[in-house]
Design a protein around this ligand. Structure first.
Ligand code: SF4
Length: 240
């Protein structure tokens, strides 16, 4: 597994730092700021994947990496692995539109899967509602909260190409646990069926979506009632 820690063509070292789906504590931010000042880091960049890229002269790179790790932050895994998970702040505390706790789910997915080897880089995005601020349909594995701790799942999306691809919905309103089981299955099929360095979406185009679908019982919707319908019924005074 590679790391987001390497020399660039301009001679500077790049260090790609991941928090808990973009979340860092005040102490970690303060520690990063102190290391940046002390080691003369010339540039700090927030990435679209919710990581922080630091550029540093070669002779200071090892000290910077040690400083980052001492703060409990990780250098992001790189190359053909499951990348850091992108999750929106969707949760009851942080976004009023949230239909589920996208942030907690994203953090749990990141904890379990990030760094696992796969045929080509594999991106996971979790959104707390259909607005999809984290662009779940542009990810290899996209999750969208659907209310009542249920989630919709799409696979095979990606950008970063002259021929980007929209993910295809494979599960609607499945319970939280099923998201992990579906991802286990998709990753297993992807490793078994894809050619070296083939994106999941291209493998889906070549072999068909069916080849990657989990067994029907994993795709069965949860039985909780739709909270939007419940809200509507409550507004209309109808029985549940
Ligand atoms: S996707 Fe929905 S829940 Fe998440 S930040 Fe955007 S609006 Fe909020």
């Amino acid at each position: 597994m590679g790391e987001g820690y390497f020399k660039q063509r301009n001679g500077l070292y790049v260090l790609d730092v991941m928090g808990a789906c973009g979340l860092m504590t005040g102490e970690q931010f303060r520690g990063l700021a102190a290391a940046v000042a002390e080691l003369g880091v010339p540039a700090v960049k927030l990435t679209t994947r919710q990581t922080v890229v630091l550029l540093v002269p070669e002779e200071k790179a090892a000290a910077l990496k040690a400083a980052v790790e001492s703060l409990g932050l990780r250098v992001a895994p790189y190359h053909n692995v499951v990348r850091p998970v992108m999750a929106c702040p969707g949760s009851a505390d942080l976004c009023p539109r949230a239909l589920g706790n996208a942030l907690a789910l994203g953090q749990a997915l990141q904890e379990r899967y990030t760094g696992q080897e796969v045929p080509k880089d594999f991106k996971i995005s979790v959104a707390g509602c259909p607005r999809g601020c984290t662009e779940p349909y542009c990810a290899d594995f996209g999750v969208v909260a659907a209310g009542g701790e249920t989630y919709n799942v799409a696979i095979g999306g990606f950008g970063g190409s002259s021929r980007p691809r929209h993910g295809e919905l494979i599960a609607r309103r499945v319970p939280r646990d099923a998201v992990f089981a579906i991802l286990d299955h998709v990753l297993e099929r992807y490793r078994a069926l894809a050619q070296p360095r083939e994106k999941l979406g291209r493998a889906v185009e070549r072999l068909g979506l069916e080849a990657f679908l989990p067994p029907a019982q994993l795709l069965r919707p949860a039985e909780e009632p739709d909270p939007v319908l419940l809200e509507l019924k409550a507004f209309l005074g109808a029985p549940e």
